[in-house]
Design a protein around this ligand. Structure first.
Ligand code: K80
Length: 481
């Protein structure tokens, strides 16, 4: 002990301190973990492709595949889960499901008529299943035999859909399930070296299919991923990150949601520092955020089913079926909270969209024809929500929309504007001659008095507002209080 000189001891202690600090610095940066495979960006994308996505407002989802043939029923028994999951049900033998490929021959499929329905409905983008969890590919993939090419129909389904929707002026996003029940190399969890070898093959297969889709359909705007929650995939941070970079390079502007990859700690949607991974939050499936705080300033889309939980065609069409007014209210709420609303359709095994869905599409389109201005290119208006409905605003302007869903018996709709803001003009969309004289009731607070409370449909009142230095004080003099 005596032999250690104090100078050496000091040197060793200094070294230890430096060492510790050095180690900490590699892990901690501004209080955040240094992640190799976390978010690539903090905050929203600011480019034109993403601005276009943000302005869509309303979208359509299409779930179509082999599951449309049984439509949630097998041998007279009903599967009460989501019909596109019927293969996972004990009531249907897996070989019976897998052999549905020999029966897929949708004689009534007409991409043009689907696109026409979507156009009349007023959707700005469509998300189409190219491959759901069952692994069946609606395009003739080179990398598996389980594709449309080996069905009696034979022809590519994706190409005519992409072309028809584009012709109708609707952008296309392709849905792709990473989880693949048909591929023998898919694993839920990697437990053995053999699993690991199989899954390495599966990763190559997945990469091949994704690059194939981007190469075959270069005009698509984005990819919508699903089936990415299993332990096997959430441990592939480096691979998935590399693949995302590769896809973006191949397809500049590509839009990918938060479901594609996990970070190196297996965190999905939000990385270990709670930053969103991908271009928009993809966690709002069949649910809508309650307030603007819940979206954390991110872009997001809500995908919604018409029944409670059926994406693929469902023969039974049971339980509560949402009405057009309920769906329009969801649309209004989503746009008012800076999101897009995407309504799902599940065409049947013949290629027809069921009449109930056609009716909803039609009624939505009729409403949109009058009121689309309050949906397209609109954003969170920055105002306190009132019980009568939702506010939206033409992005970056002072034009505010009141989307009215609940008319109060008094017929008086409360509006609170920011200080120094006044209403120049208030009128009803589609009936521009119907103007309203707002009644000031407090500073920055007014009532819009409806002419009737006997409304049959949700409607929109436009408020043209302006920021002024004296506008409010004048109106406040006329206030009741
Ligand atoms: C997968 C897994 C769960 C638990 C719930 C839904 C889903 C799929 N995502 C939707 C968009 C559908 O494709 C559904 O099958």
């Amino acid at each position: 002990m005596k032999s250690i000189k104090p100078i050496i001891l000091i040197f060793l202690i200094t070294l230890l301190i430096h060492q510790t600090r050095y180690t900490q610095q590699t892990v901690i940066n501004n209080g955040e973990a240094m992640l190799k495979h976390g978010a690539h960006r903090i905050g929203r994308r600011t480019d034109a492709d993403m601005a276009r996505w943000r302005a869509y407002g309303l979208g359509q989802f299409i779930h179509w595949g082999l599951y449309a043939i049984p439509g949630g029923e097998w041998n007279g028994k009903i599967y009460h889960g989501a019909s596109e999951w019927i293969r996972s049900w004990d009531g249907m033998p897996k070989p019976a499901y897998d052999s549905l490929i020999n029966h897929f021959n949708p004689a009534k499929f007409d991409a043009g008529s689907w696109a026409a329905t979507a156009k009349q409905m007023g959707v700005k983008y469509v998300t189409i299943t190219t491959k759901h969890h069952d692994g069946f590919c609606l395009w003739p993939s080179q990398y598996t035999k389980y594709t449309i090419a080996n069905s009696p129909y034979k022809k590519d389904i994706i190409k005519p859909l992409v072309d028809a929707y584009h012709k109708a002026g609707i952008d296309v996003i392709l849905y792709f399930s990473i989880m693949d029940w048909n591929n023998p190399d898919w694993r839920y969890e990697i437990k053995t070296p053999a699993d690991s070898i199989a899954f390495e093959r599966f990763k190559k297969f997945t990469r091949n299919q994704l690059l194939e889709l981007l190469t075959r359909y270069p005009s698509i705007k984005g990819l919508w991923f699903d089936g990415t929650w299993d332990k096997s995939w959430t441990k592939q941070a480096a691979f998935a990150d590399g693949l995302e970079t590769e896809m973006r390079k191949l397809h500049p502007g590509l839009i990918i949601g938060s479901r594609f990859r996990a970070d190196e700690n297996g965190k999905r949607h939000f990385d270990s520092n709670r930053h969103l991974m991908g271009d928009y939050e993809q966690g709002w499936e069949r649910k809508i955020p309650a307030t603007i705080n819940d979206v954390h300033g991110n872009d997001w889309d809500c995908v919604m089913t018409i029944p409670e939980n059926q994406w693929g065609y469902s023969k039974a069409w049971e339980g509560h079926i949402k009405t057009t007014d309920e769906l329009l209210e969801m649309l209004a709420k989503c746009v008012s909270l800076d999101g897009n609303f995407v309504l799902n359709f599940g065409p049947d095994g013949e290629g027809s969209i069921r009449k109930e869905e056609l009716a909803i599409a039609k009624e939505t389109g009729n409403w949109m024809a009058v009121n689309h201005e309050a949906i397209y290119n609109c954003e969170y208006a920055g105002l306190d929500t009132q019980n009568w409905g939702y506010f939206t605003r033409q992005t970056g302007t002072d034009k505010i929309y009141m989307l009215v869903f609940n008319v109060p018996v008094s017929g008086a709709l409360r509006v609170k504007l920011p200080a120094q803001t006044s209403i120049l003009k208030a009128y009803r969309l589609g009936q521009e001659e119907q103007t309203f004289m707002p009644e000031a009731i407090q500073a920055n607070e007014s009532f819009i008095h409806l002419k009737t409370t006997n409304e049959k449909q949700p409607f929109v009142i436009v408020l043209e507002t302006t920021k002024s230095t004296d506008g409010n004080s004048k109106t406040y003099e006329k206030a009741k209080t």
